[in-house]
Design a protein around this ligand. Sequence first.
Ligand SMILES: C[S@@+](CC[C@H](N)C(=O)[O-])C[C@H]1O[C@@H](n2cnc3c(N)ncnc32)[C@H](O)[C@@H]1O
Ligand code: SF4
Ligand code: SF4
Length: 422
Amino acid sequence: MRCPTVDCLFLRANGRFVCWDDAGSDKVLCLPSETSDMSRVYEPEGPCARAAKALRAGSLPDSLVCPGCLCLSMTGVPLFNPEVLSVMQVEPSALCTLRCLACATSEEREALDPPHLLSPGVFASTLNDFSRAGIRILVFDFSGHGEPTLNPELPELIRAARRLYPAAFITLGTNGQTRYSTELVRPGVDQLHVALDGVDQSSYGRYRVGGSFSNAVSFLQSAAADSSAVHVVWRYILFRHNSEIEHLALAWEMACDIGVDEIRFIITRRGEWSTSVETVAELSKALKRAGVPETCLRLESIETRDRRNRLKNRISRYQSIHRLASRTYRALRFVPFGTGLPTVGVDYCMWNEQQINMAICESRRHLQAGRVNEAQSLIRHVEEIVEKPRRSNPAYSPEMVLLSLGEPYGSLRRSLRKTLCP
Ligand SMILES: C[S@@+](CC[C@H](N)C(=O)[O-])C[C@H]1O[C@@H](n2cnc3c(N)ncnc32)[C@H](O)[C@@H]1O
Ligand code: SF4
Ligand code: SF4
């Protein structure tokens, strides 16, 4: 089992390190006032190391929070290396002007402890702690649960990351509602992710409540036209109302016209997700029908992605190779090659049936070995994951999902009951 907390950290706008997943974003791993040295969150006996230890033993790191976590993967090895942090996700702003249907609500944002904008002073001091402790950070992802561009000091935050970690890979995610400016990316962004889930106001605005389709398109156009710009990724989350073949064909046409480097489709289990495109195989078939040339497709299954991550972890242990690769990438990213057309990628925000079944098999193994607590906590995880999307997707039926898992789920529940009350 693997979870991002083992080798990734999420720094919220109020300066706290919290757990990576939405389910755990209230779970504080390290408070700015708790210690004068924020890098202690990543020390060998700290919360990340403890999460790795629990996962290796087949348990969830936190029996109260983890059962609802979408990020827990049933495959992979929890590798904790106190010298290398794979990703630091940074939340420049906990605020947003949109009300996307499966994102934080205004009440949830108001309930957050202030400040709601990350201060460059707090960020720089945190990074100094990491740098002094000799911890390498491979990737910075400026995103979080709010809109980064609402923080007027965003360029200063990015500049601080680039100054202390010159070889890091830096991404910035935005909803593209503001006016594009080179100043956003000049401080050192490698990849700019713009959220645009639709091909017109009606297919876009249904999820991105309060958002303007034309603002997001103008932002993408300006970013793609900026000669100093970075790798521009159009992120397109697949919902029921924007994933018909006609939508995909139009999105591809627009991506070519605008000249983005990549259009990345996100298969999700949050919001009213697409029921026609739920797997990589279905996405691949739909894109081909929509007229996307096969040479542009870079779609991978979860299996290949896990394999690639394992390889990436192994490579990242060799500092010199990583530095050389980063430098080469930075030099190459402006060299045009290939077809000149955007590539088409895929990302996931989901727990699919295969993963749920893996958790059930793992629970069965625990039960057979007499580890009832572990078996029970994994079953609780399955139930939470299956139940959770109901809030943002009224058409979703958890009963149908549990039913489709069939006998293995039912028989495990019965065996557990028998073990607990013989
Ligand atoms: C909370 S947003 C913050 C950044 C920015 N405001 C945005 O919308 O891109 C962080 C990431 O969550 C993604 N996201 C939002 N709703 C999602 C959903 N229903 N499923 C999967 N990803 C989602 C966004 O596209 C973005 O990449
Ligand atoms: S599995 Fe638990 S510790 Fe790991 S990211 Fe999810 S909530 Fe956090
Ligand atoms: S734009 Fe981003 S942060 Fe704002 S509500 Fe939508 S997903 Fe959340």
